[in-house]
Design a protein around this ligand. Structure first.
Ligand SMILES: Cc1cc2nc3c(=O)[nH]c(=O)nc-3n(C[C@H](O)[C@H](O)[C@H](O)COP(=O)(O)OP(=O)(O)OC[C@H]3O[C@@H](n4cnc5c(N)ncnc54)[C@H](O)[C@@H]3O)c2cc1C
Length: 386
């Protein structure tokens, strides 16, 4: 190990031990087949890691975001990928914060045990892009329920989820007092919905992310699917964004550490011109730079998680943490591929797969430009650009 992280060492050790059962060959095969890593998700669920943020009263372990970040970082540092299940850890936050007590009692304990999987989160649509106010999926009240029509895209893990959190317009944009109002959040039981107005189509992508398109054609759902107050769905989503950004940033730190360690090991072993390539400063310096960048980003991630756990406003820190950590992991990926030369392209080294996987974080769940725009507007108090 190149670096030693002091936070939550017991949790890190336990996660690393679990991940040892899922080595590179496992992920390579899943990637090749575009198959879901169900065994890995099951092991994490059974060990209780995915329920760490659910309060003890609802069957979880009631830990903080700092512990959750340590779990995600360690998964990625071990060469595994949390994308198949990270949403099971944090999507329930919307239910926890905004659903009524009856719903919390009926869903959260089952989510904690993994009996129910809530890991589909439908916000993005083909035509709205990052401008969520322009989503076209609608939910219309009809008798004793809602009727949903529209389309989502990039809804990850939908085929491996029982429940889905869905954002839909309940008041047309032009009739809402503000563009961000008039959208509502629904908790959909996909087991009832599929084939009855909901259709899921897998979307093959650059990364193995179990992502899909979802079509809603007069899907009827009960009235009590609405979470919280009608029209406030966008604000509920905003609520969960800081936690999501911090956890994704932790995944990036884990990836960066994996790339750095992999590059360092290869550089000291690989001999060219009768000496290890790692003896050349042209090879050493990029690795050293990536380590420094990663350590700095990791401090920001930790600070953001601590502020979140302390109940403070962590918006600026969460956004900066995501930006810096995604940059650190991407720079480390590029450095690691370069250090490996041609072998970096060979599937069996895992570098090309992790390279593709970590590239995602420049785009999702929020793109780099949108984070920079948040910092400019909300931290630097510069004029709003859109
Ligand atoms: C593998 C994968 C999994 C995903 N999983 C989910 C999921 O589970 N649920 C879900 O809802 N979504 C999911 N997404 C969607 C993801 O959140 C979006 O792709 C992301 O937020 C970017 O939105 P967009 O693709 O519509 O890009 P666009 O909004 O079309 O933007 C395209 C580019 O233009 C830039 N841009 C746009 N507007 C501005 C501006 N005003 N100023 C400067 N630059 C701008 C963006 O930064 C981006 O680089 C996933 C995406 C991928 C690729």
């Amino acid at each position: 190990m190149i670096t030693d992280r002091p936070t939550h060492p017991e949790i890190r050790d336990a996660v690393a031990a679990l991940c040892r059962d899922f080595p590179g060959e496992y992920w390579r095969e899943k990637d090749r087949e575009r198959a879901y890593p169900g065994e890995f998700v099951k092991a994490l669920t059974e060990a209780g890691f995915l329920a760490c943020l659910i309060p003890e009263d609802y069957g979880g372990s009631g830990l903080g975001l700092s512990e959750a970040a340590a779990i995600m970082e360690e998964i990625h540092k071990s060469g595994c990928n949390g994308g198949a299940c990270h949403a099971q850890m944090y999507t329930m936050g919307s239910v926890l914060r905004h659903a009524d007590e009856g719903k919390k009692q009926s869903y959260l304990p089952q989510i904690a045990t993994g009996a129910l999987r809530l890991q589909a989160f439908g916000v993005t649509e083909p035509t709205s892009g990052t401008d969520t106010t322009r989503i076209r999926t609608t939910a219309r009240q009809d008798g004793n329920g809602w009727v949903i029509n529209g389309q989502k895209v990039w809804t990850s893990r939908a085929e491996h989820s029982d429940l889905m959190l869905l954002l839909a317009r309940t008041t047309p944009r032009e009739d809402a007092a503000k563009p961000h109002q008039g959208m509502s959040m629904f908790l959909i039981d996909m087991r009832d919905a599929i084939g009855n107005g909901m259709e899921i189509k897998p979307l093959r992508a650059m990364v193995n992310h179990a992502t899909t398109e979802i079509f809603f054609d007069d899907l009827r759902v009960p009235a009590d699917c609405l979470i919280g107050e009608e029209g406030r769905g966008f604000y509920y989503i905003l609520d969960g964004m800081n936690a999501e950004r911090i956890l994704i940033a932790a995944e990036c730190i884990g990836d960066a550490r994996w790339f750095i360690e992999k590059a360092r090991d290869y550089a000291v072993e690989r001999r060219v011109f009768d000496r290890p390539i790692g003896q050349n400063q042209g090879i050493q310096f990029p690795i050293a730079r990536c380590l420094a960048e990663t350590e700095a980003a990791a401090l920001m991630v930790q600070q953001a998680a601590d502020t979140f756990d302390g109940g403070g406003d962590c918006g600026a820190q969460a956004n900066m943490a995501k930006l810096l950590a995604a940059d650190a992991s991407w720079h480390a990926a590029d450095m690691c591929l370069q250090t490996h030369g041609g072998f970096g392209f060979a599937e069996e080294y895992d570098v090309e797969r992790k390279f593709r996987e970590t590239r995602l974080y420049q785009i999702a769940p929020i793109s780099t430009n949108l984070i920079l725009s948040y910092i400019a507007e909300h931290v630097l108090d510069m004029p709003r650009s859109f």
